[in-house]
Write a protein that binds this ligand. Structure first.
Ligand code: AHM
Ligand code: MG
Length: 339
């Protein structure tokens, strides 16, 4: 990777070009997908920033495929990403948390050799209370023949991702991405409208400081998960107690733990036996990022990136963050997930 000191001003465009130069065989398509996503992120930032000022809050009275009430900004973010990406000739299909089926590339546009899977605005139930929300994305290569991307192309294990990332719309907007050469973070400078490299080559601490879990599900967890959580808190065993931090917005919880060290856990429970979070466009991209940063992601028994997906909106239990904490989760709850 090209070295940058934290004081040099490097735009995301320049960084992506420099990374691409390390691969003379690259066609530039992947770089362009990342630029286009950065552009969509700027447009979504503007809407999110203005959300408190205009009459855009509230639910749009439709339900998305998981049956949750959509917020209007979800729809805006979904459409913004589709419109930024569908005409570029670099994608052959998309999938979104907000769309039940495959998002096809319209006939009038060329298609390309990549597929994009995304959650346009994760944590959107938090918008009304001014809590950070995020966009999560994953790019996989086409493996079938023909013009259009198919379900088979979309249902590839996370290990096959060629790029992944997230945008956090927080006190500042940040975009973090990987193409398999480290995880790099960029902060949007609103005065010039550019993402500037602020966190080159992110490394997650091996041991955690934070535990992010929704404890109100404790009565619905199995004994092993309850045991694991007691250990994280230093109540059983010899684990240094972790501090509890739970925003309830995956990107915000993940981002904090990535930079500061920690674990985000969303175990299965008796009401959500599959877990809540989606494998393809929530768990997989964050798993790619965290592994690139030296951490791990697991469903309790299997590395997230190795799980073969069976359906587009498949859910998974998720333990993601610092290596030592995810390994402890696998040791304590592994058998219960495997059975
Ligand atoms: P969403 O995709 O409908 O926004 O739901 C995902 C969100 C995550 O951001 C967050 O980690 C989780 O749901 C919180 O769930 P809970 O309220 O059950 O703790
Ligand atoms: Mg989501």
């Amino acid at each position: 990777m090209v070295n940058h000191t934290p004081t040099s001003v490097v735009t995301i465009e320049r960084f992506i070009i420099e990374q691409e130069r390390l691969h003379p065989e690259a066609s530039g398509d992947l770089s362009n997908i990342l630029y286009d996503l950065a552009l969509a992120a700027k447009m979504i930032t503007n809407k999110v920033r203005n959300a408190g000022l205009v009459d855009i809050l509230g639910s749009a009275q439709t339900e998305n495929v998981q049956g949750e009430i959509q917020q209007k900004l979800d729809i805006f973010a979904n459409e913004t990403i589709i419109k930024a990406m569908d005409h570029t000739g670099r994608l052959c299909a998309m999938a979104s948390e907000e769309e039940e089926g495959i998002v096809a590339i319209p006939r009038e546009f060329k298609t390309g050799r990549y597929l994009l899977l995304f959650d346009p605005l994760d944590g959107s139930s938090n918008i009304d209370v001014n809590v950070p929300v995020g966009t999560i994305f994953s790019v996989v290569p086409k493996i079938t023949r023909g013009r259009d991307g198919t379900l088979e192309d979309l249902l590839q294990p996370g290990r096959r991702q060629v790029a992944a990332g997230y945008v956090i719309y927080g006190s500042a907007t940040m975009l973090v991405y990987t193409t398999g050469q480290g995880a790099h973070g960029f902060t949007l400078d609103p005065s010039i409208g550019e993402f500037l490299l602020s966190h080159p080559n992110i490394r997650i601490p091996e041991h955690g400081r934070y535990l992010s879990v929704n404890d109100s599900y404790a009565p619905l967890w199995c004994d092993e998960v309850r045991d694991l959580m007691r250990r994280y808190r230093g109540l059983d065993g010899d684990h240094q107690p972790l501090s509890i931090r739970y925003v309830g917005s995956l990107v915000a919880d993940f981002h904090r733990n990535l930079l500061g060290g920690g674990i985000f856990a969303y175990p299965r429970n008796s009401q959500t036996p599959e877990g809540k979070l989606r494998l393809l466009y929530e768990a997989n991209p964050l798993a790619f990022i965290v592994e690139q940063a030296g951490g791990l992601a697991s469903d309790g028994a299997n590395r997230i990136l190795d799980v073969p997906p069976a359906s587009l909106h498949q859910r998974t239990p998720l333990y993601i963050g610092s290596k030592a904490e995810v390994e402890l989760a696998e040791r304590i709850v592994g058998e219960t997930v495997r059975t």
